[in-house]
Structures are given as structure tokens and as C-alpha cells.
Design a protein around this ligand. Structure first.
Ligand SMILES: O=C(O)CCC(=O)C(=O)O
Ligand SMILES: [Fe+2]
Length: 244
């Protein structure tokens, strides 16, 4: 049995050097769970992947409509279990029943984007916008990656680098979601890894794997779980059409 050591509250996982709030949990899933997820993701029928120039992606249960509405449906069980219950099991603070999605419109994630990056691929600096409740829970599979974060306010000449190990969970919310941009460099080797440049260095599960200062990327898959604010059940959509 592979043991998981989850933090007893999210405060233990707070990345304190970042604008509020980012949380990092190494080894959020086991190697066996990682393998099972990768197998599922890689055996979905080919058309499910949307190919972009610098990555490919799947949207579950489906992509958002042009008005940012989700056709509400359950996430596939292989994607939601055990990840979502585990995520919701971590209290925000001591002696609280609240978790990171307690105040979101649906009380839990209803959407998951799966991004795949080959070494040398990335995603330009962007914000995730207001289609979603401002919490993103990202699980990394297959390889580490560095997420670059900077304030939207260009006058602020600062930035942070978050190292995401395989099997880790990163939660971005608060100011980090609303006032910052995030992106992933299109490079094959991450360099300058260490306590100086990596903002979550003290929270890593295996600092030793990165202490040489540089690591070659392999194929990395991210699962980004979010709560889409506008979600409509199919019955309601048809009902509305019928009334026209
Ligand atoms: O792959 C990641 O970790 C980031 C993906 C991302 O920023 C997005 O899908 O909006
Ligand atoms: Fe994003």
C-alpha cells in the first residue's frame, strides 16, 4: 500500500512568498494512481484531443459554449475519483469543515481541462478569466514543470517560479488568480532550480531530484479542475428551446 501524507489543513501547504493565495501539495496522488490516470488519458478516442500549436488538450465533460456555459454532466469517474474527494477532504484551516471549493457555485469542481505538453512546449502568459469560480486545482502527471507567475500590473517588475513535481497538486486562488498572469516557458530544460529561484522550494516532496539546478522535461500532463459558474443541465436547455 502506498501511503499518502496529506497536509492536515491547506495552511500547511501555503506558498508564503507568493501573492495570496497559492498552495502546493507534493505527492497528492500515488505512482499507481498516476499510472492509471495516464493510461485512461492516453486511451481516449483520438478525436477527443484538441490539437493546438504548442500543446493538446481534452475538456471534460465537454468544452464551454461561446457564452462560457457548461452543459452540466458528471465528470468521468476515472477522472474525479479519487482526486476530487481527496481535494475536498483537506480543510482550509484547523477545526473548519470548509474546503477550497466550499463557497464555489457548485461546491466542487464540475470541469477538468487536460493539457499535454511535450518538452519544449508551453503556454503563453494568460489569466483564466471569470467563466470560472476563481480556484484552479492542478495535478501534474508524468514530468515536473515550472509555472511562471507575474502580476498583471506590468509596472510591478517581479515574478515567481513554481516548480510542480509529478503527482503534485497546485491550487491557485485569490490574488494569484485575479491579479496575476501564469504561463509555461517553451523550453526543454528547466534551469536555475533551487531555493533562490523557486518559490515553493521548501514545500517540494523531493528537493534532491532538482538540487543539481537543471532538469530535462519529459511529457507532462496537467489536470486542471475548476467550477464553471454557469452550468446548465440538458433538460433545462431543451426546455428553454421548447419555450421559444
Ligand atoms: O498546464 C498547466 O499547468 C496550466 C494550464 C493552464 O494554465 C490552463 O489550462 O489555463
Ligand atoms: Fe491557465
Amino acid at each position: 500500500m502506498e501511503d499518502l501524507k496529506l497536509p492536515s489543513t491547506l495552511q500547511e501547504a501555503l506558498i508564503s512568498s507568493l501573492p495570496a493565495s497559492g498552495y502546493y501539495v507534493p505527492n497528492f496522488i500515488t505512482p499507481t494512481e498516476e499510472e492509471q490516470l495516464l493510461r485512461k488519458i492516453n486511451t481516449v478516442p483520438h478525436p477527443t484531443w484538441k490539437h493546438l500549436s504548442h500543446r493538446r488538450l481534452q475538456a471534460h465533460p465537454s468544452p464551454l459554449s461561446s457564452s462560457n456555459t457548461l452543459l452540466a454532466a458528471d465528470l468521468p469517474a476515472w477522472l474525479s475519483d479519487p482526486v476530487i474527494p481527496r481535494l475536498l477532504s483537506i480543510p482550509l484551516v484547523n477545526d473548519s469543515k470548509d474546503n477550497i471549493f466550499s463557497n464555489s457555485p457548485h461546491g466542487e469542481p464540475n470541469h477538468c481541462l487536460i493539457n499535454e505538453y511535450q518538452p519544449g512546449q508551453g503556454i503563453h502568459a494568460h489569466e483564466d478569466g471569470d467563466a470560472y469560480y476563481p480556484v484552479v486545482a492542478t495535478i501534474s502527471l508524468g514530468s515536473h514543470i515550472v509555472l511562471d507567475v507575474k502580476p498583471k500590473d506590468q509596472a510591478k517588475d517581479v515574478g515567481w517560479r513554481i516548480l510542480q513535481e509529478p503527482r503534485s497538486l497546485l491550487i491557485t486562488t485569490g490574488e494569484l488568480y485575479t491579479a496575476c498572469l501564469h504561463g509555461i516557458g517553451q523550453i526543454e530544460i528547466d534551469e536555475d532550480l533551487g531555493a533562490e529561484g523557486i518559490t515553493n522550494w521548501q514545500l517540494l516532496g523531493d528537493q534532491g531530484a532538482f538540487s543539481g539546478g537543471q532538469v530535462v522535461r519529459e511529457t507532462r500532463i496537467s489536470l486542471t479542475f475548476r467550477d464553471v459558474k454557469k452550468a446548465q443541465r440538458l433538460g433545462k436547455v431543451f426546455g428553454a428551446l421548447g419555450r421559444r
